[in-house]
Structure formats: structure tokens, C-alpha cells
Write a protein that binds this ligand. Structure first.
Ligand SMILES: *[C@@H]1O[C@H](CO)[C@@H](O)[C@H](O)[C@H]1NC(C)=O
Length: 231
């Protein structure tokens, strides 16, 4: 399911707390919800010093063709046009059949601005490629729990910070989930991709600028320039 922008206004109640908690806890919960809903871009970081490491370090997550790729932060520097991922955290809406999995927070991203469409970021269960899609397309895959480290900077999936950038073709880096802690060795071998360059990376949150607030209806004196002066 694609969530429309309008649906967002009702989101904070989704994680509403159970009856019986103190007002203080409710208030803390509301602050936590608001922080989880804050929008962010996602960049990758790595520690190495090879040419590939330098090439990948600082690239930004973008969405195209149902997959997550890593490209230049500045859209005009990209050779293949792609929409920049703009994500936040919210409870993944499990189906009745998957409720028992209780995968917690999902990671939705905008996949287009006009119209504003949201999809879920997930790791393909079989290939560990990071992809995006609606609930129908994502529910059978690794949709969460997504979380952040204590400093709220690094993104985790199933408690792991480990992802791997894979150069699937010249200059085209895709992102994989390293859930097994082997730098995706086994999963890439299965797919015949061991010859591709790869770089272990972390996904880092980059808080997005909030759009400017809508113009306020002036309630006091109107001091607009260009107004005809009558005196
Ligand atoms: C999910 O996406 C697929 C492929 O784009 C589409 O065919 C399907 O109708 C979508 N499902 C919902 C519930 O929007």
C-alpha cells in the first residue's frame, strides 16, 4: 500500500501507548514519536582507504527501478536520474498473517515528491538487496525492525549496522544488508557477484531541512511592501 501524505497526520496515534501509563511516560512517548517521524536523508560511510572506499564514502541513498542505489548527494551530479531517499521511522503495518512476527519499526521513504508517495525500504529475503515497495511487495521480506544507535546517528536493521555497497556495473553501486556478518560473502557468491567490487558501509542519518512553514495569515498590522499607501 502506498501511503498518501494525508495519512501522515494520523500517524502519531499509531504507536499510542497502553492504558495505565503515567502522564510523564505518555509525554516522553510523544517526544519519541516526534523524533522518529523527523525526516532524514541517508548517506553511507566507510573506514577504508582504497579507491573504492573513497568513491563510496559519502554517497547518498537514492531510489529507482525498485532498488536502493548509492549516488551523489547532489542530484545534478548523478548520471542516472533518481529520487533521493527521504525517510523516517514508523511501525510497520503487519498483516494478520504476519502480526506474530512483530517486526517493529519500518523505514518508509518518499519515492516521489509530486505526488508525494511513500514506500517501505526492505532487504530482499533471498538476495539481501535493499529495495523499496508497498506493503504487498515488502511484507514477505526483511522489513524491520529498523532502529538507530544510541546517538541516533547510525541506522540498524535487525540490530545490525552492517551493510555492503556492491558495484553491480561500472560506477553503479547498490546496497545490500549484511545480516550474516560475513560482508555478504555467501549471499553474493550465490548470485555470482563475487567479482563485483564491494565496500562494507554504515548507513548514517542526515536530518533533512524542514520545508518552510506555510505563510501565516497576518492577524495584526499588515506591513506588506508594495501595498498601496493611503496616507
Ligand atoms: C503495490 O505495488 C504493485 C506494483 O507497483 C501494484 O501492482 C499494486 O497494486 C500495489 N498494491 C497496492 C495495495 O497499492
Amino acid at each position: 500500500m502506498v501511503i498518501g501524505l494525508l495519512a501522515l497526520t494520523s500517524i502519531p496515534t499509531v504507536t499510542g501507548v497502553a492504558f495505565g501509563v503515567s502522564e510523564q511516560r505518555k509525554s516522553n512517548q510523544r517526544k519519541e514519536d516526534a523524533r522518529r517521524l523527523a525526516k532524514f536523508n541517508i548517506d553511507v560511510e566507510c573506514d577504508g582507504e582504497t579507491d573504492d572506499d573513497r568513491d563510496v564514502n559519502g554517497r547518498r541513498l537514492v531510489v529507482r527501478n525498485d532498488k536502493i542505489y548509492l549516488d551523489h548527494p547532489n542530484p545534478t551530479d548523478r548520471s542516472i536520474p533518481a529520487f533521493t531517499a527521504l525517510a523516517f521511522y514508523i511501525e510497520y503495518p503487519e498483516l494478520d498473517e504476519t502480526k506474530h512476527l512483530d517486526r517493529g519499526l519500518g523505514l518508509p521513504t518518499y519515492v516521489s515528491a509530486n505526488p508525494p508517495l511513500l514506500n517501505w525500504i526492505f532487504a530482499d529475503e533471498n538476495t539481501h538487496e535493499l529495495k523499496y515497495g508497498n506493503r504487498t511487495q515488502s511484507v514477505a521480506h526483511i522489513v524491520g525492525p529498523w532502529d538507530w544507535t544510541e546517538d541516533e546517528r547510525v541506522i540498524t536493521l535487525e540490530g545490525s549496522k552492517n551493510f555492503v555497497a556492491v558495484e553491480e556495473s561500472e560506477g553503479e553501486w547498490a546496497l545490500y544488508f549484511d545480516g550474516d556478518g560475513d560482508e555478504c560473502g555467501a549471499i553474493l557468491e550465490e548470485q555470482g557477484k563475487l567479482d563485483c567490487a564491494f565496500v562494507p558501509v554504515r548507513m548514517v542519518r542526515r536530518p533533512a531541512e524542514e520545508p518552510p512553514p506555510p505563510p501565516q495569515q497576518s492577524s495584526g498590522q499588515a506591513e506588506g511592501e508594495g501595498q498601496g499607501k493611503s496616507g
